[in-house]
Design a protein around this ligand. Sequence first.
Ligand code: GLN
Length: 466
Amino acid sequence: MSKIINLNKKINNQEITSQELINQTLKTLESNKNLNAYINIVNKYSNNKNNKTSLLNGIPYAIKDNINVQNTITTGGSLFFKDYISPYDAHVVELLNQAGAIPVAKANLDEFGLGGTGTFSGFGHVVNPFFKERITSGSSSGSAVLVANDTVPFALGTDTGDSIRKPASYLGIIGYKPSYGYISRFGVFPYSPSLDHVGILTKSVTDVAIVADCICKHDEQDFTSQIQEKHNFYKSLNDPIKGIVKICYLENILDFMPSENKNIFLDSIKKIEGNKIKIRPINFPVELIQAIAPVYKIISYSEAVSCYQNITGIPFGQKDIKQNFQETISHTRSKYFGKELKRRFVFGSYCTLVENYDDLFVSSKKIRRLIVEKAKEIFKEYDFVIMPGSSTWAPTKTDVETKKYNDTLIDDYLQIANFSGYPSITLPMYKNNNNFIGINLMGYMNNDKQLLTIAKHINYILNNGD
Ligand code: GLN
């Protein structure tokens, strides 16, 4: 049920003050320190306003530590920024400030978002609160954990490949990545700007809508930010479903998942189907789905290596000045970057070498276009695509360390929403002891309002949630 509305009522009825709520959150953070879900506390934050008209007034939240909060250490999950104090608030933080919401914890993440396990932070592994041997997935690992274990009613994350939606699937919560350009990335550390999105993690679609109403706004400081009308996501959540909603799933891709999980998905879509919702199987070219992983890697690692050229050890971050520029830059990057970041940067540098650029980077962008065109065709006939939120339960840490864990085609499927910029939301689908698996719904570009309305409907059918 909506935690934000519940807390807002308590604050308005003077059953609790916002300060007491913050103190409670700090206490919970302290007692769950062993989960390693946050890197720093946002201390005595005072940029937020008192906005009595907003449902978010006085509500604490967690924020992935690649998003700047003024006068607070923002590390990006990297030791290179372990002492870096943000001089300003990111645009999303400013918008939440105006609504009166309060950032309390900077959540742990895979370094600069370049990872999908929660094990690649300079500040140690994020622990799955339900099943210690299993990973949380990432890179918005800390944000997802702090929502999953009820420390905060909502958290902000970023999603370049699936970094909000994958941990949501493994931890039984909701993860929403809006249409590209809906949420400004001003003040957010980049990973791969043509794929990067800021998004929201919560336990109810109602809370997603309340937060999205606040932060989905045009920002002229981000040149990819879309000009948007006032959305009113929250108000339209209960709009009656007009006509018949046509949903499809990619039947041939399901064969790449374990039959146990496939059957859970097929049972769930049977429950969702009804008078107003029709769900049909379609086929998607397997060779295009197989191309997603290499194309994603080439584009995202190449963009990342370009974005982080500015980490030289001279203008900001850790400063270990050596004899000359070359030595300083190589020393700084070798000393402070983690293994996975280095691996991806080596790969990205190779793809952007002048002799490889056309064959690797430019060709990948062409294949990306083919995948997006194919996805676009689906929306001529269907309103949404529904798929499992991940191919299986969260893998174990040993699976990751021994590289036994490989994303399958189902997992790659989620990246279509980053290639295209289409909105996408993962909801809880099934729980088996402490294992979770989600269900994902993708809509057409800028069709976020209808996506959230249907998501709420489905969340009610599957989880009795709102
Ligand atoms: N699985 C993706 C990766 O490892 C997720 C990254 C992201 O969305 N930030 O790159």
